[in-house]
Design a protein around this ligand. Structure first.
Ligand code: PGA
Length: 229
């Protein structure tokens, strides 16, 4: 079958894997350890998007009734972050799961010769753990995490690196994500973007982000609307 894309760039959290439940568990393990009140799953889901460190800072600000700038400047942040890291390592893979049709679609795309990459704002250590926990690592030709490069999404550097290294031009590349950050990243990189409605978009509908398409699940990648030549 002729595929209209030679490279698909995927967001991770909320696009390939439902990660909020175990991130919430790890956040609450950490908050409890410091005698702080817990966060709800909805709050944690709404904080996903800018990387796990930023999420922890949001959670600490909320739990301690202060602002993120104060938390970021706090001398205890490295200690709390180290505690969080232990909890997230223990929780990783316990309550996350690939969304329906993710694993089979990725296998089919690879069999069709389409290159696949992950471009996430999640830090590399956590990205690797989540991908490994679900045996997804071998399915990707490239993985760019939030701390792989000096900038993260919506800066297009990660997307551009994948295209350059895999030798695929922007008009043969698609970005698949779940948020306004992914839509902006794709626009900044000059590639089309399809968004999924089931992930983490800070509580807002993905249709408001101006994607080229909203798709129900990854199977849409296997019967895409042919592109004009
Ligand atoms: O870890 C996050 O906050 C975001 O990760 P994502 O870019 O894969 O959605």
């Amino acid at each position: 079958m002729h595929t209209p894309f030679d490279l698909v760039l995927f967001d991770l959290d909320g696009t390939l894997v439902e990660t909020a439940p175990e991130i919430c568990d790890a956040v609450n393990d950490t908050l409890r350890r410091f005698d702080l009140p817990g966060a709800t799953l909805a709050q944690v889901a709404a904080w996903i998007g800018h990387g796990t460190r930023e999420l922890l800072i949001q959670a600490l600000a909320q739990a301690s009734g202060t602002d993120v700038a104060t938390v970021r400047a706090s001398g205890t942040l490295p200690l709390i972050a180290a505690e969080f890291d232990r909890h997230y390592a223990a929780r990783c893979g316990t309550r996350s799961q690939p969304y329906p049709h993710v694993v089979d679609t990725l296998h089919t795309l690879r069999a069709q010769g389409v290159k696949l990459a992950v471009v996430t704002n999640k830090e590399g250590v956590y990205t690797r753990r989540v991908l490994d926990a679900h045996s997804l690592t071998p399915l990707f030709d490239r993985v760019v995490s939030g701390d792989s490069l000096p900038t993260k999404k919506p800066d297009p550097a990660g997307a551009q690196r994948c295209m350059a290294e895999l030798g695929v031009p922007a008009d043969r590349t698609l970005f698949v994500g779940d948020s306004s950050i992914d839509a902006a990243t794709a626009r900044n990189a000059g590639v089309r973007v399809w968004l999924l409605p089931y992930g983490y978009n800070m509580g807002k509908p993905v249709s408001a982000c101006g994607p080229d398409r909203v798709i129900a699940d990854l199977r849409a990648l296997l019967s895409p609307t042919p592109l004009p030549v």
